[in-house]
Design a protein around this ligand. Structure first.
Ligand SMILES: [Zn+2]
Ligand SMILES: [Zn+2]
Length: 245
C-alpha cells in the first residue's frame, strides 16, 4: 500500500515548526503528490491559529508556494475543534466555504462555546488522571454526542484521530460517518487507532484516510504506520482514500 497524499499537516500558522514552503519541500522529497494544510482552529488553547481569518491568509500563502512547487498539489484546510455538545465548530461557515475541505476533531484543551460546557472539557482532562468507570463513561457519552452532532451538522470530509485522549463510542461515531460520507483518520504520527479498532471500523465499512499530522518538516509523508495497520486488518484499498497498491 502506497500513499499519494498527506492531508493533515501543520505549519507555523498554528503550532507547526516548519513554514508552508519548508513543509512542501520536505513532502516533495518524501514523494508526495498532494499535501493538505489543516491548521488547528482558533479555540485550541496554545495551539490554534490566532483567528479564523488567518486561514484566508494561509490560503494566499499556499497559492504563492504552489507556484514554486507546481508538481505537488496543495490544499488549504482546517482542523476545526468541536466546542459544544451541540457539535458547533470554532470556524464559521463563511470561512469553511472558502477552504478546500474541512477536518473536525476533538481536542482536550479547547475553549468551549458556552461556560456551562467547561465541565465537559474539564471532565476529559480529569478522566486522563482519575481512573473510575463512571467518569469515563460520562465523558465518553458527552464526547460522542458532541462529535456525532458535529458530523451531522457540518459533514466534514474527515474526522481527525477519533478517540485519541478523548474517549468516544467508535460504533456511534462510525455510524454518523457512514451517514454523512465522512472519512476516518488513521493518524500515523500518533500511531492511532490501534489494530483492534481499525478491524472493527473496517467491519462496519468506514472509509479511511491516512495522515501524518506532521508538525515538523521531517514528518511530512511519514505514513508507514497506516500501511502496516490497514494491511494487517485486511482493509480493501477501495476503503483507503489516499492509497494505491
Ligand atoms: Zn489534532
Ligand atoms: Zn493535527
Amino acid at each position: 500500500m502506497r500513499f499519494f497524499g498527506d492531508y493533515h499537516v501543520h505549519s507555523t500558522y498554528s503550532d507547526g515548526r516548519g513554514t508552508v514552503a519548508e513543509m512542501v519541500e520536505a513532502g516533495q522529497k518524501a514523494g508526495l503528490e498532494e499535501i493538505g494544510f489543516a491548521e488547528h482552529g482558533p479555540r485550541n488553547i496554545g495551539c490554534g491559529i490566532k483567528s479564523e481569518n488567518m486561514l484566508l491568509l494561509l490560503k494566499e500563502e499556499i497559492a504563492r508556494v504552489q507556484r514554486i512547487y507546481p508538481a505537488v498539489k496543495l490544499y488549504t484546510a482546517v482542523e476545526a475543534n468541536v466546542i459544544s455538545l451541540e457539535g458547533e465548530l470554532d470556524v464559521s461557515g463563511k470561512v469553511i466555504k472558502q477552504l478546500d475541505y474541512l477536518i473536525a476533531g476533538l481536542h482536550p484543551y479547547v475553549l468551549p462555546a458556552q461556560v456551562r460546557e467547561l465541565s465537559w472539557v474539564a471532565g476529559n482532562t480529569l478522566s486522563n488522571f482519575l481512573p473510575g468507570q463512571a467518569l469515563q463513561r460520562r465523558v465518553a457519552n458527552a464526547n460522542t454526542k458532541a462529535f456525532v452532532a458535529a458530523i451531522y451538522r457540518y459533514a466534514p470530509q474527515l474526522i481527525s484521530h477519533p478517540g485519541l485522549r478523548m474517549p468516544i463510542s467508535l460504533e456511534e461515531t462510525a455510524r454518523a460517518c457512514l451517514a454523512r460520507g465522512t472519512w476516518w483518520e488513521i493518524n500515523a504520527g500518533h500511531r492511532f487507532p490501534d489494530y483492534e479498532q481499525v478491524s472493527a471500523l473496517a467491519r462496519w465499512g468506514v472509509d479511511f484516510l491516512v495522515n501524518s499530522d506532521a508538525h515538523f518538516p521531517e514528518s511530512v509523508g511519514a505514513l508507514d504506520y497506516g500501511a502496516w495497520v490497514l494491511e494487517k486488518a485486511r482493509v480493501p484499498l477501495s476503503h483507503v482514500k489516499n492509497a494505491r497498491s
